[in-house]
Design a protein around this ligand. Structure first.
Ligand SMILES: C[S@@+](CC[C@H](N)C(=O)[O-])C[C@H]1O[C@@H](n2cnc3c(N)ncnc32)[C@H](O)[C@@H]1O
Length: 185
């Protein structure tokens, strides 16, 4: 497994098994953190999370325990397609008001990708709502055989029990903000 960004390792070591393992050289720490993240992703780890119906946003995801800054929280799981395919699907889905917006576009190694999580799968990453000041950040890491990019959410700060999980959808398009005023906050 490789990671495009490793700066979160310093925080991640606070909560993984490395906490209990005393003085460990930096290179080994990074390798172990990556191994633990890989295991969390491949095992579909979603400990400490619960779906809740929110007053004004549909469903949302709430914590049932604390998460430390930098800790793996959940993966955004969906069908991984090329960015161009994602854009076509976006146009198609917008024509049907019954289909919600569950497309996550991202760039990795100079390629545009889209995770299409439109299908109701019971996965939790797709149910996380937007805030410009959210408690999650996303990272792309490469996992599996064959290796492919996975989008994961890490705690942006320490998160308390019973907090709603939120991340910045990053949509600053003026027309989209007019159509969905909640994107402005
Ligand atoms: C990826 S889904 C999130 C899960 C969704 N709430 C559900 O019940 O399936 C994105 C949709 O959630 C709603 N949403 C997300 N963040 C919101 C917010 N801050 N305020 C109001 N609605 C929000 C919008 O309807 C948006 O199209």
């Amino acid at each position: 497994m490789q990671s495009s960004e490793l700066e979160w390792c310093a925080n991640a070591e606070n909560h993984l098994s490395l906490r209990r393992s005393g003085r460990v050289p930096q290179g080994i720490k990074k390798k172990r953190i990556q191994q633990e993240l890989e295991a969390a992703i491949l095992n579909g780890f979603k400990d400490g999370l619960q779906i809740r119906e929110m007053d004004d946003k549909g469903r949302g995801v709430i914590t049932t325990r604390e998460f430390y800054k930098g800790e793996f929280v959940v993966e955004y799981e969906g069908e991984l397609v090329d960015g161009k395919v994602g854009k076509k699907r976006d146009i198609l889905y917008k024509k049907d008001s019954k289909i919600g917006c569950y497309l996550y576009f991202f760039k990795h190694r100079d390629r545009q990708y889209c995770l299409d999580a439109t299908e109701e799968t019971g996965k939790l990453g797709r149910l996380i709502n937007h805030s410009r000041n959210g408690n999650l950040i996303s990272r792309v890491i490469e996992v599996g055989k064959p290796i492919k990019p996975h989008l994961i959410f890490l705690a942006r700060r320490d998160i308390l029990k019973n907090e709603e999980l939120l991340y910045d959808y990053g949509d600053r398009n003026p027309q989209n903000i007019m159509d969905h005023p909640w994107l402005a906050h």
